[in-house]
Design a protein around this ligand. Structure first.
Ligand code: GLP
Length: 242
């Protein structure tokens, strides 16, 4: 793991976008794994800027998003599909047919998992997976558990995750209880991983993920066993690291 501590969120985001852009320049048809949440927002703003000002080309990029809330259609304002369109995909020249998401409102959730997994099998492994970090150490929606799911699965969100994510909804009641998430094996099979964490609320999680025991109770700690992980943290999130 290569850990870099940045003075602030702005610098972290600029560096993250630069790393992603380098991947795209190096391999224009990269398969990229994207995350949602607050943390990568500024990174995506920089990527949009690189596209608009320097012509960073997404036309051959294939994208897979980590997860989607179950029960939210792609045009729902809190769906991750909507988030990605708004903050990145709708502002760059990625082809809509190259965007892969678990379906948020499928007739049969199990089938939706299988379909997404099949796409990952056909087009993967991911060249670069971008990850945020849950305050309880989750990645994607792989929540702390005695065993983790290897392939795409229906995730039951923990009370903490639902409370943490309530800020995006009008009330906590509206936060879905379930999501479809990429499994831990697909994440770990990515050739490279970029983990981002910012803010004091991530101090404990980053400490456990990077310097704690490797345990499924802290899913991000499994990243310690991956050969190519860049961890970008800001000063606040890094406060407990030794
Ligand atoms: C959600 C997402 C994760 C994300 C995490 C952290 O639960 N499923 O993929 O990494 O939140 O989000 P934030 O960056 O908003 O703290």
């Amino acid at each position: 793991m290569e850990i870099t501590v940045f003075d602030d969120y702005q610098k972290l985001s600029a560096a993250a976008a630069t790393l992603i852009a380098a991947q795209i320049y190096q391999k224009p048809n990269s398969v990229l794994g994207f995350a949602t949440g607050s943390t990568p927002l500024k990174t995506y703003q920089y990527l949009v800027k690189f596209h608009q000002q320097q012509g960073l080309d997404f036309s051959k990029i294939i994208s897979f998003n980590l997860d989607e809330y179950l029960g939210l259609a792609p045009n729902h304002r809190q769906s991750y599909a909507y988030y990605m369109q708004k903050h990145l995909f709708g502002q760059v020249n990625i082809k809509q047919k190259n965007i892969y998401f678990p379906t948020g409102n499928p007739q049969c959730p199990q089938e939706a998992c299988q379909k997404y997994q099949q796409h990952l099998k056909e087009l993967g492994p991911l060249d670069l997976q971008i990850l945020g970090l849950g305050a309880n150490g989750h990645i994607g929606f792989n929540e702390p558990a005695n065993e983790l799911n290897t392939s795409t699965f229906i995730a039951c969100l923990s009370p903490q995750t639902r409370a943490d994510n309530a800020r995006f909804f009008d009330s906590q009641k509206e936060v879905p209880h379930y999501a479809i998430s990429m499994g831990i094996t697909s994440i770990m099979q990515s050739k490279k991983i970029l983990l981002l964490a910012a803010g004091t609320q991530k101090q404990q999680a980053i400490k456990k993920a990077l310097q704690g025991n490797i345990t499924t109770q802290v899913p991000a700690s499994l990243l310690q066993t991956h050969p190519f992980v860049n961890v970008f943290v800001d000063n606040q999130a890094a406060d407990l690291l030794t």
